[in-house]
Design a protein around this ligand. Structure first.
Ligand code: F6R
Length: 618
């Protein structure tokens, strides 16, 4: 959570930092701030609200925009409510040091009391202001430079951080450090300029050279010099690896769409095709995944697979459970990472853990991985963000290749996660003989058609929009599905909740009788997935039960369906495929529906309230 963007070099820093913050707003957007150094003094502007609100303040006073050094922050509040004072950057007591921080300092209260005893006073409620004053105190008492002071201060800190610190007494350098929150350093030509950000998107147009700091590393970035990286705790110098960026500018722009979410929904055919690339070999009748092939013995001899994830990725994990058990006959359990890490789970070296995360930074998933590894489990990651913490922490894994997902509500990440899980299930099923050859072949032939079928489905957008218009004022909705489509019902409900703030619940269709049925009346829209091969008759019975209680039925059916069409108030058809592959299709109308309802209600689709894309706090 929170986004950091900083610049030091020869250009005007303001537009670089501000545009960087805008690209990072997916990480948090309840308040924002900027520090500009004009060669003489530091000017800090900050406000509750978005980066666009911050721009309004700076526009009032052009002086605030001047200088070649700047750093900024877009916040997702942890300590202290979102208001102007708690917004970053924070100054030290002397006014010489400024900091932006992403993460939580857990022992801030103890440190704060010690600093108060030494005469410090605090303006904000934040842990960050405590940290910058601790750095100042260390610098004073040790008589050291900023880099050393940051290093010594951080050895006294418990928690997680990505920080950028500036000292006006040393205005040709900035110091950055990370533990648990990402930091990317963009390196300009001949070290004449540097960029710092929570991911590389803020500096894409300026440099392709990037250094990703590892946990417990800090860097001193000085104009004209190479970046000096050292480990915080043992002071060892580290040779920084400069990587070439794989991202392009058009991937992080809206490309003519009104919202990133709509763009990303529409990108799914391409995203899934990219996920297939090099893996789905139709002519050879095989799936190629070196991360599985190289560890095949481990997978085939595993006692069980435990899938850990949060939110939408957890829903993909549930689909994975159904797929792997069905196709490969290997026992699978799916757990919320946040529960798994704290419930003292039984894990052995015969278990395989699959961790799923779009961002690759989710704190609970990362901690659950570390726990599983410490117990000897083999950990496989399914991530979207290349080089992310989870991708690096896992033993091996597969990238989803969905491209940057910027809308806070996850769409293409979900379907590409399911795609990777389907490939894994098919690969393991073929390898251990659970899937007869003709079944495997049928699956990969049908799988190959999915991107085109999604394209076809996206054409019904106007129809979905008309349904959205009918139900946009509902206050409660129910989503029902069975088998492979039960997790899609959960995901459909989550999508609606998070961007339209309408209460929605997902349930296995048969569970409706055990409670939720009491909620049904003529005001309750119920979205039911009734595909032709998935317990169809049972779901039809569930639909009848809803009908007899006057609930409004919106059914997702397979094309050509006649039975449900007669009973339901609205139907949405998906193309014919194998039942195990239907989640990749049934999820699309739910995404569109949530999107249109949120737009019709005037909600901020890409940045829903209280949420952040990358949840780096537990
Ligand atoms: C919902 C959503 C979240 C994330 C969750 C996990 O649309 O995006 O529920 O799925 O925060 O995030 P990752 O996948 O980055 O670990």
């Amino acid at each position: 959570m929170c986004g950091i963007s900083a610049y030091i070099g020869h250009r005007e820093a303001y537009p670089i930092v501000i545009n960087g913050l805008k690209r990072l707003e997916y990480r948090g957007y309840d308040s924002s701030g900027i520090m500009m150094y004009d060669g003489n003094k530091m000017i800090i502007s900050k406000t509750k609200g978005k980066v666009s609100d911050l721009e309004l303040i700076t526009d009032e006073d052009e002086v605030r925009k001047v200088g070649n050094i700047g750093m900024g922050h877009t916040r997702w509040a942890t300590h202290g409510v979102p208001n102007d004072v708690n917004s970053h950057p924070h100054y030290s007591q002397s006014g010489n040091l400024a900091i932006v921080h992403n993460g939580i300092i857990e022992n801030y209260d103890t440190i704060k009391k010690e600093l108060i005893a030494r005469g410090y006073s605090f303006k904000s409620d934040t842990d960050t202001e405590v940290l910058i004053n601790l750095i100042e105190e260390v610098k004073k008492t040790e008589g050291c430079k900023l880099g050393k002071a940051v290093q010594l201060a951080l050895t006294n800190v418990v928690g997680a951080y990505a920080i950028t610190v500036f000292d006006k007494e040393k205005p040709d350098e900035i110091v950055v450090a990370r533990l648990g929150s990402p930091i990317a350093i963009g390196v300009g030509v001949e070290n004449k300029e540097f960029f710092v950000a929570s991911d590389a998107s803020p500096f894409l147009e300026y440099t392709q050279n990037v250094i990703y700091l590892e946990d417990e590393e800090m860097a001193i970035i000085k104009l004209g010099r190479t970046v000096k990286v050292r480990r915080i705790h043992d002071d060892a110098l580290v040779d920084p690896i400069i990587q070439k960026l794989q991202m392009s500018l058009d991937q992080i722009e809206k490309g003519g769409y009104e919202h990133f979410m709509l763009k990303e929904i529409n990108e799914q055919p391409k995203a899934i095709t990219d996920t297939f690339r090099g893996r789905m070999l139709l002519e050879e009748n095989m799936i190629k995944m070196s991360s599985i092939e190289d560890n095949l013995d481990k997978f085939l001899n595993a006692n069980r697979i435990i899938i850990i994830a949060c939110g939408t990725s957890w829903h993909a994990g549930l689909v994975g459970e159904y797929l792997i058990e069905d196709m490969a006959r290997i026992p699978v359990e799916v757990e919320y990472a946040s529960e798994f890490r704290y419930r003292n789970p039984i894990i052995t070296d015969k278990d395989i853990v699959i961790a799923i995360s779009q961002s690759g930074e989710t704190a609970d998933t990362l901690a659950a991985i570390k726990l599983a590894k410490s117990k000897g489990a083999f950990v496989y990651g399914i991530c979207n963000v290349v080089g992310s913490s989870i991708a690096r922490e896992t033993h091996t894994g597969a990238y989803t290749h969905a491209g940057p997902e910027i809308g806070v509500a996850s769409t293409k990440a979900f379907t590409t996660q399911i795609t990777v899980l389907t490939l894994i299930a098919l690969k393991l099923g073929q390898a251990n003989g659970s899937l007869p050859d003709y079944t495997f072949k049928k699956y990969i032939q049908k799988m190959q058609l999915i991107p085109r079928q999604i394209e076809q489905l996206l054409q019904i957008d106007e129809h979905v929009k008309s349904i959205a218009d009918v139900y946009k004022n509902a206050t409660n909705c129910l989503y029902l599905g069975r088998g492979f489509n039960f997790p899609v019902a959960l995901e459909g409900a989550l999508k609606l909740k998070e961007i339209s703030y309408i209460h929605a619940e997902g349930y296995p269709a048969a569970e409706m009788k055990h409670g939720p049925i009491a909620l049904i009346d003529e005001n309750m829209p119920i979205f039911v997935i009734a595909t032709n091969k998935g317990h169809y008759e049972k779901v039809v019975s569930n639909i009848q039960e809803i009908k007899s209680r006057a609930g409004k039925i919106i059914a997702i059916v397979t094309e050509g369906d006649t039975q449900v069409r007669e009973i339901a108030d609205h139907v949405i058809e998906i193309p014919e495929t194998e039942e195990a592959l239907t989640p990749l299709l049934t999820t699309i109308p739910f995404q569109l529906l949530s999107y249109h309802i949120a737009v019709m209600l005037g909600k901020n689709v890409d940045q829903p309230r209280n949420l952040a894309k990358s949840v780096t706090v537990e």
